[in-house]
Design a protein around this ligand. Structure first.
Ligand code: SF4
Length: 387
């Protein structure tokens, strides 16, 4: 995951702040077997809350095959899968990433980035430790490449996540910062409760998930922002330890299931910024997902294991923008470059600005019931909070 660093430019909730701010509502919650003292203190470093995992198959000798993501790890008793959070305990398979997020923040929804979802609102954002890819350019590598016993974790079961979102006035909950697929069971449980509470359920994901768990997830997911890291499999293999094909399949499923979809492409100099590759990617998006699919080109900054490169030149981002427009995409953005004109949303019919932004801040919304206030054309997105 490259976007959306948890601690920059947002109101970061420290453990103490969050606990103090939510004490009243948390104390009102009925949590069987837990005392008020448990709730206020929280567990801290290395807190685990193992829960039975979903999507696996038993193999001979008490081994299990994980069926959650395309890595398909075969996990021996006492071992974990590659994401570091799913463990075989004597033939029983557990997730160690449930109810124990190490990052809890209230962010502008634009930071996810969602530009077509409730602009100007906040999103209650959570992540546990772990990831199923190994991106050399990860912005959140300190938590994505860590195991949950190495991070400082909240005790935040799904009900408390929803209570926290309500108390903070967030209209959505975002599963983000690391790859949320690895805390699938937690995301699903939060999503089920958020749905009942009328709160949108969002995720920012690498899209590296198997079809069956994805289908189940779409039942509670309102919007997904998917990293399409490159349009060549060599990039995925060499820089992310992943694969392109399953990500494309995820994008098509999300579109077919009518989950609102936005795409992020981080442009890394010399690695995925060739004009031919960008054009091919944009044509694929146009043909398979539709011309109204929002696409964010994001500026790379040296990070993690890729400190030897310069930030993406502005000219490269603007060239990519032009290529996407030429390929027929209507909602193209340039991100990680505050103040650029391509942060704004232009109506695809009349070309006038319908949402004006500066960085993660929405400055003005010129929509009426989801329609352009200039020409009346419907703009794709989620513009009203849930009933
Ligand atoms: S979710 Fe984790 S354990 Fe399961 S296949 Fe993916 S990397 Fe392996």
């Amino acid at each position: 995951m490259h976007m959306d660093p948890p601690a920059q430019g947002s109101w970061r909730l420290s453990r103490r702040t969050f606990v103090r701010g939510t004490l009243c509502s948390l104390a009102l919650l009925a949590v069987p077997g837990r005392s008020r003292a448990d709730l206020t203190l929280g567990p801290g470093k290395g807190f685990l809350n193992p829960q039975p995992a979903l999507f696996f198959r038993a193999l001979a000798g008490k081994q299990v095959k994980c069926l959650l993501c395309p890595r398909g790890c075969e996990v021996a008793p006492g071992d974990r899968g590659a994401c570091g959070v799913r463990e075989n305990r004597d033939g029983h398979y557990y997730t160690l990433a449930y109810g124990n997020p190490c990052a809890v923040h209230v962010d502008p929804v634009e930071k996810k980035p969602f530009f077509h979802v409730l602009p100007g609102t906040s999103s209650f954002s959570i992540a546990t430790a772990g990831c199923n890819m190994r991106c050399k350019f990860c912005q959140n590598w300190e938590i994505s490449q860590a195991r949950p016993e190495a991070t400082s974790n909240f005790d935040l079961p799904p009900d408390k996540v929803v209570a926290g979102a309500k108390e903070q006035g967030s209209l959505s909950i975002a599963h983000t910062y690391v790859e949320p697929v690895i805390f699938y069971e937690y995301m699903l449980a939060v999503g089920q409760r958020a749905k009942k509470a009328g709160i949108l359920n969002l995720c920012h994901s690498n899209g590296f998930i198997n079809p069956e768990p994805l289908e189940k997830l779409t039942g509670v997911l309102d919007a997904a922002c998917i990293d399409l890291k490159a349009f060549n499999n060599n990039f995925y293999q060499s820089l992310a330890d992943g694969q392109l094909k399953p990500v494309l399949s995820t994008l098509k499923t999300l579109r077919a299931r009518r989950v609102h979809l936005e795409i992020v492409n981080l442009l890394i100099p010399t690695h995925n910024d060739r004009p031919g590759e960008i054009t091919a990617m944009c044509r694929w998006i146009h043909d398979n997902l539709g011309p109204l699919t929002p696409l964010h080109f994001s500026r790379f900054y040296p990070m993690h294991k890729m400190l030897d490169l310069n930030p993406t030149p502005v000219s490269t981002l603007e060239k990519a923008y032009d290529l996407a427009r030429q390929a027929g995409l209507k909602y193209v953005y340039i991100g990680n470059l505050p103040g650029h004109e391509a942060e704004n949303t232009f109506c695809h019919a009349c070309g006038k600005v319908v949402i004006a932004r500066q960085g993660y801040q929405t400055r003005e919304v010129r929509l009426r019931d989801g329609n352009c206030s200039h020409c009346g054309t419907g703009i794709p997105g989620i513009w009203e909070k849930k009933a």
